[in-house]
Design a binder for this molecule. Sequence first.
Ligand code: FAD
Length: 378
Amino acid sequence: MKAIISGGGIGGLATAAALGQRGWEVTVFESQPSLRVSGSGIYVHSNGLAVLAGIGALDRATAGAFMGDGVEQRDHLNKVILPPMMPPGVKMVSIPRRELLEGLHEAARNVGVEIVTNCMVVDARADGTFIFANGERAQADLAIGCDGVGSPVRRALNLEEFHQRTAEGALRTIVSATQDEMPEDARGRCIENWSGTRRLLITPINDTEVYLAMTCLSDDVEARDTRIQPCWRETFPAWAWLIDRIGDEVTWNVYSFIRCKQWSAGRTCILGDAAHAQPPNLGQGGGMALQNGMALAAFMADIADRRDVSTALEEWERCVRPLTERCQYWSCLFGEITRIPDDVRPDFIRAAFSNSWVQQSLGEAAQSKPVFRKPLPA
Ligand SMILES: Cc1cc2nc3c(=O)[nH]c(=O)nc-3n(C[C@H](O)[C@H](O)[C@H](O)COP(=O)(O)OP(=O)(O)OC[C@H]3O[C@@H](n4cnc5c(N)ncnc54)[C@H](O)[C@@H]3O)c2cc1C
């Protein structure tokens, strides 16, 4: 059986590797001249780590990674609101995105996946066809759009129900810093600092590098400037020394929330940000792409006739979509903390996080078990 995939990002490569493991012949078409990451560091939780292990990418992707125990919450005066908290048994690592992509690429290569770069998909059909910018076409038993927030596959199949760009966005970069250089009370920790509508997330990603994410509202013109402005040092004076290390490699992105009428039409489907983008507050957009890619491969594993593909896609969506949507919902809700005034925020965070239902809901995706085998009918 043959699959074609549009997009060689996290979702595309993981799905390709998982299908390749199950005997599918897979080709990935990537629009960029090479497989490249956008963004700096990334959190991967137990659910994503299980998928990486399942496709044989774990060791390469997480070599030298920082193992975290959650994210410490701090207020506008750099005082600890809550220490790091993880649901029992849940792991969290933070790594450079380049390492994650390289690990996925290697896993895909190892099972014979073909990767074609400089190849932009511009249109798609429900019969498993992609149409490329140069007018050529490819058809397969299964076509998968893993082509991100702006997915041409989603557009071509008219799958979108709702796409909202959030008012908040993030500047992201990596700076050189060892844990020995950190203040003693911050060593070996991921820290989320809140101040007004700005936020500074400090995340070690290996022994020598720290991933900085600085979030603010899109209309905070000074703060969102990629030539980092003095306002960040003023807002987070305790971290001015780290902010001073930021170089030119800074990106600004707003977030998307995408909901689709359905995730497939005929033998063509979408997954990852193309189908279910979410704000990054739970660090699960990539996790959901990994998990849903693995599940898709599980639902395709025993298929030997292309006429069975569309039904299997519907079953796959029914199986994985509810968790994905709960994760999207809680990620959006978490983002609302940005709007809470500084003097109320610490009490709000303590009260919310001490509620067991809130804790369970925020951690549900991280502790969920990816689907490696199609469940037997009830
Ligand atoms: C600020 C921020 C922080 C985040 N932090 C985390 C985190 O800590 N943990 C986490 O799990 N997630 C995080 N995410 C979310 C995560 O980055 C995404 O959910 C994830 O990258 C989605 O993977 P994807 O493969 O669906 O899409 P993408 O990673 O966007 O990959 C899409 C690929 O498709 C290619 N492409 C696009 N159009 C075409 C086309 N027409 N033809 C062919 N190829 C095409 C692109 O070049 C790209 O390679 C964060 C997101 C943001 C914005």
